[in-house]
Write a protein that binds this ligand. Structure first.
Ligand code: VG1
Ligand code: CO
Length: 543
């Protein structure tokens, strides 16, 4: 085996964001760009010698090239074994599952998740730790520091391996095992949800559509829903992963998954609809005639999880990201279990899960998960819903309405202003911060500001403090507006404005969301001077 040390110079932009390093494919295609970043990760992995590393991605354009580079670099770095999904594929939750099950030291997850793919789209690289979850900020900052001063990387001079054949081969002294990307994951799902009951549900004539948006979940959903649980062939649509996601924007929300929305709101709607994102960690749930907001879905899963075998003993606690609606808080309160509010991004849940403080967690951006792995998990959420539907024998929309009747409804929407110029977007946030002391007591339309802050999080396990995680404005009328800048975008800045209002009155649970939230939208726009500072009258996407 010939290990070569290649001299290199740093790139200044290799700082990981909310979920790994995400850039345009063309940025990653610069010579040495991928190698620099992977070397900077490996240089921060303690105990790499002889250990197991997991590699896999969502199959987007450039995935296969980076898998081969990563394998050659892993061999040069002294890893003992690499587990790689067949075809270089592993969904993000499956990667987390494989890392944990095979006691790997960590994994390289190649994905830009919900961002579009293809030669003009996005690519990403993320490192997950031995617990299966995204690396904490202390690690990603160390990677950035290393990448900013890197002088060489190591790689072995070996040919590409055949990723299509399951089984072991050698690259230098290192064993590479090409594994079935679905098997370990499917086995884990079987322990958590009642496959028998769900199979009975399908046998009884229950019909659903799962839209994989031509991304990674197709093979997983077909293997589990159609082959194992007996859902009719054709239940999974857009089930072949494609390098450009067939032109789909693989973000499962009512705007980008509009085909599913049209079906579920139309006359031929099946009983249940679901979709997942590029790398399989997000889920969208649609009842017949009713989109279930991810915030509601988290709350509903929390209050019904005990109906599934994996959660029959009840939950230790629930956590949600700060911008997620407060629906889950009410469930936690009623159940008398722990509750935590974390910054955006899955990495903040890992400590709480590891410490056994929570069992379920979720984000408004369609991420839901549990202590079974350390990533959010799209198909798992769908299966847990199916388990609940199979046990309660109620239609999904009835479950949602009964939840609202019991706990009240949190009307919720998110306005995204994409591809803003970076400077004015930062100025908008700075100006908001400056204004905070003057806001309490201010009246905007019918709303009065009760309190506001710049969210800072102290991790209850390791006491690490993460400041400046978004501006929260709470109104006396039980409404809330949250502002933050995205950490996953790849061009300019994206301003996210999260808007919600609580409605306890059952008679007011069937109003159009946009109408209920109009005063909150108005107040938020005014406070942040959005139109004046961004030059935009309307958000780019409303979900
Ligand atoms: C977005 C979401 C966040 C999610 C992150 C990664 O981050 O808001 O909730 O955890 O994407 O999801 P941001 O910083 O752009 O708001 V995934 O499925 O793209 O890995
Ligand atoms: Co994702």
């Amino acid at each position: 085996m010939v290990t070569t040390r290649i001299p290199t110079t740093p790139f200044s932009d290799q700082r990981p964001g909310t979920s790994g390093l995400r850039k345009k494919v063309t940025v990653f295609q610069q010579p040495r760009y991928v190698e620099n970043f992977i070397q900077s990760i490996f240089d921060n992995v303690e105990g790499a010698q002889g250990s197991t590393l997991v590699i896999g991605g969502d199959g987007r354009y450039f995935n296969d090239s980076v898998v081969q580079i990563a394998i050659r670099m892993a061999a040069a770095h002294g890893f003992g074994r690499v587990l790689v999904g067949q075809g270089g594929l592993l969904s993000t939750p499956a990667a987390s599952c494989v890392i944990r099950k095979h006691k790997a030291i960590g994994g390289l997850v190649l994905s830009a998740s919900h961002n579009p793919g293809g030669p003009d789209g996005d690519f990403g690289i993320k490192f997950n730790m031995a617990h299966g979850g995204p690396a904490p900020e202390s690690f990603t900052e160390a990677v950035f520091k290393r990448a900013s001063a890197i002088t060489e990387y190591k790689i072995v001079d070996e040919p590409d391996i055949d990723l299509s054949r399951i089984g072991p081969t050698k690259v230098g002294d290192m064993i590479v095992e090409v594994i079935d990307p679905v098997a370990d994951y499917a086995e884990l799902m079987e322990q958590l949800v009642d496959f028998e009951k769900i199979a009975d549900l399908f046998r009884s004539g229950f019909r659903m559509r799962f839209d994989a948006l031509s991304a990674i979940t197709g093979p997983y959903a077909k293997a589990i829903l159609e082959s194992r649980l007996g859902a009719p062939a054709g239940t999974v649509v857009n089930g072949e992963p494609k390098p450009d996601f067939g032109g789909h924007h693989p973000d499962p929300n009512p705007v980008h998954a509009h085909d599913l929305m049209d079906l579920m709101l139309g006359p031929d709607a099946p009983d249940f609809g679901a979709a997942s994102d590029g790398d399989g960690d997000r889920n969208m749930i649609v009842a017949r005639g009713l989109f279930v907001t991810p915030s509601d879905s988290l709350a509903i899963l929390a209050s019904h999880a005990h109906l599934a075998p994996g959660y029959a003993k009840g939950l230790a606690g629930v956590a949600r990201s700060m911008p997620t609606s407060r629906a889950a808080d009410r469930v936690a309160k009623k159940l008398g279990i722990n509750f935590f509010e974390t910054p955006t991004g899955w990495k903040f849940f890992a400590n709480l899960l590891d410490a056994g403080l929570i069992t379920l967690c979720g984000e408004e951006s369609a991420g839901t998960g549990s202590n079974h792995i350390r990533e959010k998990d799209g198909l798992w959420a769908v299966l847990l819903w199916l388990n609940i539907l199979a046990v309660t024998k109620k239609p999904a929309d009835q479950i949602v309405r009964e939840h609202w009747a019991a706990f009240g409804r949190d009307y919720y929407t998110r306005h995204d202003y994409e591809e803003l110029e970076t400077a004015p977007a930062n100025e908008l946030m700075d100006a908001l911060r400056q204004k905070l002391p003057t806001l309490p007591g201010q009246r905007l339309g019918d709303l009065t500001v009760e309190s506001c802050d710049d969210f800072a999080y102290t991790d209850p396990v390791d006491q690490s403090v993460t400041p400046k995680q978004g501006i929260r404005i709470l109104f006396k009328e039980d409404a809330r507006a949250v502002f933050r800048l995205s950490g996953t975008g790849t061009s300019g800045a994206t301003l996210r404005v999260y808007l919600e209002r609580f409605e306890p009155d059952t008679d007011r649970h069937d109003l159009p969301t946009a109408d209920v939230l109009a005063p909150v939208v108005q107040a938020a726009n005014e406070i942040a001077e959005i139109a004046a500072r961004t030059g935009r009258d309307e958000p780019s996407v409303i979900t």
